[in-house]
Design a protein around this ligand. Structure first.
Ligand code: 6PG
Length: 253
């Protein structure tokens, strides 16, 4: 695996810069496999929350194309960090994106825990909360603890469906909520900060020059003093890794 061009120790987090998106995706696929292998060896299964959007799609396709025989996929449980409020066959569905990329390989017989986003958003969130709590065998105030959470970052500083100025940012007890996102004129279903920050490992995947300005604010602070949802992702007893390409890193010293 190609080593990252640059590692910056920033406030206890691991920042890895890759020359381009393909090398970032290859490295992220490798991290996924090593996380999964370790979890399966240690506890007999691997529980991962997948990121939505476009950046991770190539990681999922690489896992299907090059790593379908590298894991005991029947011990892998795939969850979603968020979902758009659309049916599973909708072009905007994160589940559909994962089905068309990661699950395209027949050998990948992971267990998929889909957010039932075809339902009313609040009902979908309630049912996913129950699914998580049943799977992880935890009741409030305890939170599910993922072995790995993959996240992306929007140019506005959102992650999962935790958008600036939305009510889900304030959720401190539920693991999953429906979140009205006026910026998009839609509802979303999203994991909340308590469950994201209870993960054993969080990896942000960020690529593209359109993210450079926000990444600088997220990692160095906004000169105007604003704060962004991505900055609130700090695993309390886990590791945080930013895997970014050179274009997204352009704003960093
Ligand atoms: C989603 C994601 C979202 C995504 C960012 C970045 O459902 O869209 O959860 O948080 O990670 O918007 O998206 P891109 O990778 O497409 O830039």
């Amino acid at each position: 695996m190609k080593s990252p061009r640059l590692r910056l120790p920033i406030e206890g987090m691991d920042l890895r810069v890759f020359p381009d998106a393909p090398s970032l995706s290859r490295a992220a696929a490798g991290e996924f496999v090593s996380c999964a292998t370790e979890a399966i060896q240690r506890r007999g299964r691997f529980d991962v929350a997948l990121a939505g959007g476009s950046t991770p799609r190539s990681v999922y396709s690489l896992l299907a194309a090059r790593h379908s025989n590298d894991l005991e996929w029947d011990k892998v449980h795939l969850f979603f960090g968020d979902e758009r409020h659309v049916p599973p066959d909708d072009a905007g569905s994160n589940f559909r994106m994962v089905r068309e990329s990661l699950l395209a390989a027949p050998a990948i017989r992971a267990t998929v825990h889909r957010i039932e986003a075809e339902r009313d958003a609040a009902t979908a969130a309630d049912r996913y909360e129950a699914t998580l709590r049943r799977h992880f065998q935890v009741s409030p105030p305890a939170q599910p603890r993922f072995d790995l959470v993959l996240l992306g970052m929007g140019a506005d500083g959102h992650t999962a469906s935790l958008f600036p100025g939305t009510s889900a940012l304030a959720e401190m007890s539920r693991a999953v909520v429906a979140n009205a996102v006026p910026q998009l004129n839609t509802d979303r279903i999203t994991l909340t900060f308590p469950v994201l920050n209870n993960a054993a490992r969080v990896i942000f995947l960020v690529a593209g020059g359109d993210k450079a300005a926000m990444l600088r604010c997220a990692l160095r602070g906004d000169p105007a003093g604003a704060h962004y949802p991505v900055q609130a992702v700090r695993p309390a007893s886990g590791t945080l890794t930013w895997m970014i390409d050179a274009a997204a890193a352009a704003g960093l010293d």
